[in-house]
Write a protein that binds this ligand. Structure first.
Ligand code: SF4
Ligand code: SF4
Length: 695
C-alpha cells in the first residue's frame, strides 16, 4: 500500500507539472494565425502510418536511418510495458497484462531485445555527437545549449534502457530465488542474469530498477517539452498534420484574393454588399510574417516538433554553398521567438510588443533572399515540416508591407506589371520567336475558323523571350508539328504565369496575373495545357485551381513519354546514339510534383543515361528558383549553379540534359564558368528529340 501511495503522489506531481507546461503552450498557440484546416483524416492516417510509424523518410539515409527507426519502433514496444508499470504502480498489481499469455511473452521479449538495441544505438549517437563532429550537427543555430540538450536527452534514454534491462535481469533472479514462475520472456536479461548475480539483494535491485525506470519516465516526460526531444511526443501528430498538397504548391492568401478582386472589378468582386463588407473586415492587420504571431499554428507546431536533426540544412543548396540560410535555423528561430515573446503575449494580449521581431532580430533578409524555394528541406524532413512556407511568408511581408525586395526583384515586378514578362520586352513581341523558324497556330485564329485544338501550348516568358530558350520552343513546336498534334498558342494574349512574382513574395501581382490568364484560358475553354516550363507547369496545375483555373497540365517530357508509349513517337537516338547523357532534375518537375521518370524514359531511348550523385528527389537545385534567376546570389563560398555543374561534369557525360528554362540558363553558365562549353553540350530534352528526328 505504501508503494501505491508513493506512486500515486509521484504520478500526480508528474501530471500536474506536465499539464502546467502544456497549458503554457496552448496559450502560445492562441497567439498564432488560424488557417491550415485539418481535413481528409483517412489520408492523413495513411501518411502517418507510412512516414511516422513506418519511418520511411528516415530511410532516405539508410545506415543512421535504420538505427533511428529501431529506436522509434523500440520505444513503441517498450511503451506497452511502461503503461503496464503505471497500472501496476497505481493498483498494486504485478504484471497486470500477463493475462495476454503468449502475446505478453512476445511483447516482453521484444521490449527486452529493443532495450539493448536502443542502448547501443544511443551510444552510437552520443559517440557521433561528441567525437565525430558530423557537419549536420553544426551551424550557427546549434549553440552549446542545443548540443547539451541533445546529450542530456540521449543520456536519459540510455539510463531508461539500462534500468529496464536491470529491472528484467533482477526480476529473473528474484523470481527464481523465490521459486516463482517467471512471467514473460527476457532473452537479453536472461543472458545478463547469468553474468551478474545479486544474490540475496536481487529483489532489492529489482525494486530499485523498477523505481529508477518509472522515475526516469516521469522526469523524461517533463523534460521533453523543454527540449528538442519534444519530438518524441510531437513527431507522430506532426506527420498526421502534414501538408497534403504537392510540395510545389504555395497556399493561396485569400485576403489578397479579395483585394485583387476589388481592384480588378469592384462591381463584380462580391455577390452582395454585405459579403464585400465582411471581406473588408477579414483583411489581416498585415500581410505575411513579420513576427511570431503571424505564423500559422501549424508553423509553430512544426517548430516544436523539430528534432534539430539538420537533414533539411544538409540538403539546402544555399547552405551547401556557404550562404547564411539554414532551414533548420528558420524553424528553430520560430520556436525561440515564441519562447521569448509568448509569455508577454499571453499576459498582455496581442498588442504586446518587446520591440523585437522574428524578422531581422532572428531571421535576416539575407537569409530569406538566399532561398531558391527548391523544397529540398521539406522533402528531406523526416517529420514533414514545411520550411518554405515560413520563408515565403516573411518574403511576403517584406514585399507587400515594406516594399523591401532586392532592387532586381522590384524591377521584374514592374516588368511583369507593364509587359507581362519578367524582362523588358513588349507583349506584342511574344510571337517573334517563331518568325522564319516554325509555323505555330494561334488560338485566336483557330477560334475564328471554328476549330478547337486539343492542347494549348503554354510557351512561357522564357520560351518567348530568352534567346537560348526560344530555340527550345522552336524545337518542341517542330516536334509537335512532326507528330501532327492538334495544338495552338495564346501568342500575344499570354502573360507571365506569375510564378516568379509569387515566389519572390509578391502575392498581389501573382494573383493579378493568374486571374488575367485564367480569364483568357477559360474564355477559350482550354482543357489541356502542355508546357516546357516546370514552373508554369506547377503554377498552372497546382495553383490556378485556387483561382478558378482547372486544367489538365502536362509537362513536355510527360507528353513525349506518352507519345512514345502510345507508339506515336519512335526514338532511336539518331546522331545521339552512344552519347552519355546526364539529366538535371528541375525542382518544380521532380520534388515539387514527383515526376522523375518521364524525362528518363525519353532520354533512355536517345542515348546512354548516367545519373549525377544527387538525383531525383535528392537532386540539387540549379540555383535559379524562388526568384534567384533574376538577382545576384547572396554571399557564399560558391554559386549553386557551379556546384551543380561540377556534379554533372563528374559523371563524364557528353550532354547535360535539362527540361526547364532556368535550369538551361544555369547549367549553360556553369559550363562556361568551367570552360567546358566546347566539350559538353547542354540541351533541353525537346531539343534532343528534335535532333534525333533531324527536324
Ligand atoms: S527551399 Fe531549398 S533553398 Fe530554401 S531553405 Fe529549403 S532547401 Fe534551402
Ligand atoms: S526541420 Fe525537419 S529536417 Fe530540419 S532539423 Fe527539424 S526535424 Fe530535422
Amino acid at each position: 500500500m505504501d508503494k501505491q501511495i508513493i506512486f500515486l503522489v509521484v504520478l500526480l506531481l508528474t501530471l500536474l507539472a506536465f499539464a502546467y507546461t502544456i497549458r503554457r503552450y496552448i496559450g502560445y498557440f492562441k497567439h498564432t494565425r488560424k488557417g491550415f484546416p485539418v481535413k481528409q483524416l483517412g489520408r492523413r492516417f495513411g501518411i502517418m502510418m507510412e512516414v511516422a510509424i513506418g519511418q520511411t523518410k528516415i530511410f532516405r539515409r539508410p545506415v543512421m536511418g535504420l538505427l533511428h527507426a529501431l529506436v522509434f519502433w523500440g520505444f513503441l514496444v517498450i511503451l506497452i510495458g511502461s503503461i503496464e508499470m503505471i497500472v501496476d504502480g497505481l493498483f498494486g498489481t504485478e504484471r497486470v497484462l500477463s493475462f495476454l499469455g503468449e502475446f505478453y511473452s512476445f511483447i516482453m521479449a521484444s521490449g527486452d531485445i529493443f532495450a539493448l538495441i536502443i542502448a547501443v544505438a544511443i551510444l552510437v549517437f552520443l559517440f557521433r555527437r561528441v567525437f565525430l563532429h558530423v557537419k549536420r550537427f553544426s551551424g550557427i543555430e546549434m549553440k552549446h545549449i542545443s548540443h547539451l540538450d541533445a546529450n542530456v536527452a540521449l543520456t536519459l534514454i540510455l539510463l531508461l534502457m539500462l534500468s529496464l534491462l536491470g529491472m528484467n535481469t533482477f526480476y529473473i533472479q528474484s523470481a527464481t530465488r523465490a521459486g516463482h514462475e517467471l512471467v514473460g520472456l527476457f532473452p537479453v536479461s536472461n543472458l545478463l542474469s547469468s553474468w551478474i548475480d545479486a544474490g540475496d539483494y536481487s529483489e532489492f535491485w529489482h525494486q530499485f530498477n523498477w523505481w529508477a525506470h518509472i522515475g526516469l519516465i516521469f522526469v523524461f516526460a517533463n523534460y521533453l517539452p523543454y527540449s528538442k526531444h519534444f519530438h518524441v511526443f510531437l513527431s507522430v501528430p506532426n506527420v498526421f498534420l502534414s501538408r497534403l498538397e504537392p510540395l510545389g504548391k504555395v497556399d493561396i492568401m485569400e485576403s489578397i484574393t479579395k483585394e485583387v478582386k476589388i481592384m480588378m472589378d469592384p462591381d463584380q468582386a462580391f455577390a452582395s454588399p454585405q459579403e464585400g463588407a465582411e471581406a473588408e473586415a477579414e483583411v489581416p492587420e498585415r500581410f505575411g510574417i513579420m513576427d511570431v504571431e503571424d505564423v500559422s499554428w501549424k508553423n509553430y507546431f512544426d517548430s516544436l516538433a523539430c528534432t534539430e536533426c539538420g537533414r533539411c540544412t544538409a540538403v539546402c543548396p544555399a547552405n551547401i554553398t556557404g550562404k547564411k540560410l539554414s532551414p533548420r535555423k528558420v524553424v528553430m528561430d520560430v520556436r525561440a521567438r515564441m519562447k521569448e515573446k509568448g509569455p508577454g503575449l499571453v499576459k498582455n494580449g496581442k498588442e504586446y510588443s518587446d520591440n523585437k521581431a522574428l524578422l531581422r532580430d532572428y531571421i535576416s533578409e539575407e537569409e530569406l533572399w538566399a532561398c531558391t524555394l527548391c523544397n529540398a528541406c521539406a522533402q528531406e524532413c523526416p517529420i514533414n515540416i514545411n520550411h518554405p512556407s515560413i520563408i515565403l511568408g516573411m518574403r511576403r511581408y517584406l514585399v507587400m508591407e515594406e516594399s523591401a525586395a532586392p532592387g532586381e526583384l522590384n524591377a521584374i515586378f514592374s516588368n511583369i506589371e507593364n509587359n507581362g514578362a519578367p524582362w523588358q520586352f513588349a507583349q506584342d513581341d511574344r510571337m517573334l520567336w517563331t518568325e522564319g523558324k516554325v509555323e505555330v497556330p494561334l488560338m485566336s485564329d483557330m477560334l475564328a475558323k471554328g476549330e478547337t485544338p486539343e492542347y494549348l501550348l503554354w510557351v512561357g516568358s522564357a520560351g518567348a523571350f530568352d534567346d537560348r530558350y526560344k530555340q527550345v520552343s522552336v524545337a518542341f513546336t517542330k516536334v509537335l508539328n512532326h507528330l501532327g498534334v492538334s495544338y495552338a498558342v495564346l501568342g500575344t494574349e499570354e502573360s507571365s504565369s506569375g510564378d516568379v512574382a509569387r515566389r519572390a513574395g509578391n502575392e498581389m501581382l501573382f494573383q493579378m496575373q493568374a486571374m488575367m490568364n485564367i480569364e483568357i484560358l477559360n474564355g477559350y475553354e482550354v482543357k489541356r495545357i502542355i508546357t516546357c516550363d516546370p514552373h508554369a507547369f506547377n503554377t498552372l496545375k497546382n495553383e490556378y485551381p485556387d483561382l478558378g483555373g482547372e486544367y489538365e497540365v502536362i509537362h513536355h517530357t510527360q507528353f513525349l513519354r506518352d507519345q512514345m508509349s502510345e507508339g506515336k513517337l519512335s526514338l532511336n537516338g539518331g546522331s545521339l546514339a552512344g552519347k552519355k547523357i546526364t539529366f538535371h532534375d528541375p525542382c518544380y518537375l521532380g520534388r515539387a510534383n514527383g515526376e522523375y521518370r518521364a524525362p528518363r524514359v525519353v532520354l533512355e531511348a536517345l542515348g546512354t543515361s548516367v545519373e549525377m550523385k544527387r538525383n531525383k528527389s535528392f537532386a540539387l537545385c540549379c540555383g535559379a528558383g524562388g526568384g534567384q534567376m533574376f538577382k545576384e546570389a547572396e554571399k557564399g563560398e560558391k554559386e549553386v549553379f557551379i556546384e551543380r555543374t561540377e556534379e554533372a561534369l563528374e559523371t563524364g557525360a557528353n550532354i547535360i540534359a535539362t527540361a526547364c528554362p532556368y535550369c538551361m540558363v544555369m547549367m549553360t553558365d556553369g559550363l562556361k564558368y568551367k570552360n567546358k562549353e566546347q566539350e559538353i553540350s547542354n540541351y533541353d530534352i525537346a531539343e534532343l528529340v528534335a535532333l534525333s528526328l533531324e527536324l
